[in-house]
Design a protein around this ligand. Structure first.
Ligand code: NAD
Ligand code: WQD
Length: 336
C-alpha cells in the first residue's frame, strides 16, 4: 500500500516539525511548498535531522493544474495541509491576498484530492475560529465566529471540508484547532523563522532576550485576567507535530471525521511568559506596557480532553521546555 503522505507547507514552522514526526512514525513523506514564508534550505535541514533524504516539490497551491499534476504523480495516502498565510494584521490590510491564497489554494488541493481518490485530509485550523470566546476553557462545541479575514479563511475552509466530507462517506478530514504554537526542535536546529518583527509573543520575547530588540511591548494590562495581561494556551510545536501523526492514524483507522482542539488546557499571561523566559536565560527581560492590540481577546485556552479521548494525545512539554527550546533556536539563529 502507498504509505506516502503529502505535506503542504512542509517547509514552514509547524510543517517542518510534523514532517520529522511522520518520518519517525514510519511514513514516507513528500513536502510541497512555494517558500512564500519559508526558506529553501529547510527541507535539507529536515533531512539532516531525520537522517534520510526528504523529497520536496516547489509548488504554489494557487496553481490548480500544477496541484492536480502533483497529486496525480504522488498519489498520496493522505494529505496534511499546512500551507496558508497566517498573519492576522496582514490579512486585515490585504484580505484579497489571504482569500486567494488560503481559500483558492485549499480548494485546488481538495479538487485534486477528489479527482485522484485521495481520501484523508488533516487540516490546520486555529483557535481563531472561536473569535472572542464566551468562556474558557474552550470546548469544540463553543460558538464559532471569525473576527478577521485570516480567521474567516480558516472557518470557511473548515465548512467547505465538512461539506465535502458529508457528501462523500469515503472522504474523511481532521480539523485541528491549534491554540498558540511555540518552542522549537530540541536540537536547536529547527524552529520558527519570523520575517521582520515577529507578530507572535514567544519569538518576540526571544529576540529581546537575544538583544535584537530593546523591549517587549505588552499589549495592554487591563484585561479581565489575573494580572491584566492577555492569557493564552502555549503549546510546544513538538507536541503539536505528534498530534498530527495521531490524527492521521485516526483517519486511516476510523475513517471518520475529527474536530479537536490542540492545546494544553493551561493558560499563561504575557507577564508569565516574559518571566518564564527570563528564568530560562537567567536575567530580566525588559518590557513596557502599551496600548491594547486591536482584536485581542482577554483569555483563550483549550479544553483539550477530546483530543485525549479520541487520539490518546496529550501535550507533554511544559512552558519551561517551550522557553528552553525557543532560546536554543534563537541562539542558533544568532544574537545581536
Ligand atoms: P508557516 O508560514 O511557517 O508555514 C506555512 C508554509 O506554507 C510556509 O512554508 C509557506 O511558504 C507555505 N505556503 C503558504 N502558501 C502556500 C501556497 N499557496 N502554496 C504552497 N505553499 C504555501 O506557518 P505555520 O506557523 O507553520 O502554520 C502552519 C499552518 O497552521 C497554517 O495553516 C496556519 O494558518 C496554521 N496555524 C498556525 C498557527 C501559528 O501560530 N503558527 C496557529 C494556528 C494555526
Ligand atoms: C499572544 C498574547 C497578545 C505580541 C495569534 C493569532 C491566532 C493564531 C496564533 C494562527 C496576546 C500578547 C503579543 C507582543 C504582546 N495564529 N502580545 N506583545 O494573538 O493569541 O494568536 O497567533 O492561527 O489566530 O491571532 O498570539 O502570540 O500574537 O499573542 O503583548 O509583541 O501576547 O496581546 O495576549 P494570539 P500572539
Amino acid at each position: 500500500m502507498n504509505n506516502t503522505i503529502l505535506i503542504t507547507g512542509g517547509a514552514g514552522y509547524i510543517g517542518s516539525h510534523t514532517t520529522l514526526a511522520l518520518i519517525a512514525a514510519g511514513y514516507d513523506v513528500v513536502i510541497v511548498d512555494n517558500f512564500s514564508n519559508s526558506e529553501r534550505w529547510i527541507p535539507a535541514r529536515i533531512a539532516e535531522l531525520a537522517g534520510r533524504p526528504v523529497q520536496c516539490i516547489e509548488l504554489d497551491l494557487c496553481n490548480a493544474a500544477a496541484t492536480e499534476r502533483c497529486i496525480n504523480e504522488i498519489r498520496p495516502a493522505g494529505v496534511i495541509h499546512f500551507a496558508a498565510l497566517k498573519a492576522v494584521g496582514e490579512s486585515v490590510a490585504d484580505p484579497l491576498r489571504y482569500y486567494r491564497n488560503n481559500v483558492t489554494g485549499t480548494l485546488n488541493l481538495l479538487q485534486a484530492m477528489r479527482q485522484h481518490g485521495c481520501n484523508h485530509l488533516v487540516f490546520s485550523s486555529s483557535a481563531t475560529v472561536y473569535g472572542y470566546p464566551e468562556q474558557c476553557p474552550i470546548d469544540e462545541s463553543a460558538a464559532l465566529c471569525a473576527i478577521n479575514p485570516y480567521g474567516r479563511t480558516k472557518l470557511m475552509m473548515e465548512q467547505a471540508i465538512t461539506d465535502i466530507s458529508s457528501a462523500d462517506p469515503d472522504f474523511n478530514a481532521a480539523l485541528l484547532r491549534y491554540f498558540n504554537p511555540a518552542g522549537a526542535h530540541p536540537s536547536g536546529r529547527l524552529g520558527e523563522l519570523p520575517r521582520g518583527a515577529p507578530n507572535n509573543l514567544v519569538p518576540f520575547v526571544a529576540q529581546v532576550a537575544a538583544g535584537i530588540r530593546d523591549r517587549v511591548r505588552v499589549f495592554g494590562n487591563d484585561y479581565r485576567t489575573g494580572d491584566g495581561t492577555g492569557v493564552r494556551d502555549y503549546i510546544h510545536v513538538m507536541d503539536l507535530a505528534q498530534a498530527h501523526v495521531q490524527a492521521l492514524a485516526y483517519l486511516q483507522r476510523e475513517r471518520q471525521d475529527l474536530v479537536v482542539n490542540l492545546g494544553t488546557g493551561q493558560g499563561y499571561s504575557v507577564l508569565q511568559i516574559i518571566q518564564a523566559f527570563a528564568r530560562t536565560i537567567g536575567h530580566d527581560i525588559p518590557y513596557e506596557i502599551t496600548e491594547r492590540r486591536p482584536g485581542d481577546a482577554d483569555a483563550c485556552y483549550a479544553n483539550p480532553s477530546l483530543a485525549q479521548a479520541l487520539l490518546g494525545w496529550k501535550a507533554s512539554r511544559d512552558l519551561d521546555a517551550i522557553c528552553a527550546d525557543a532560546w536554543r533556536w534563537q541562539l542558533h539563529l544568532g544574537a545581536a
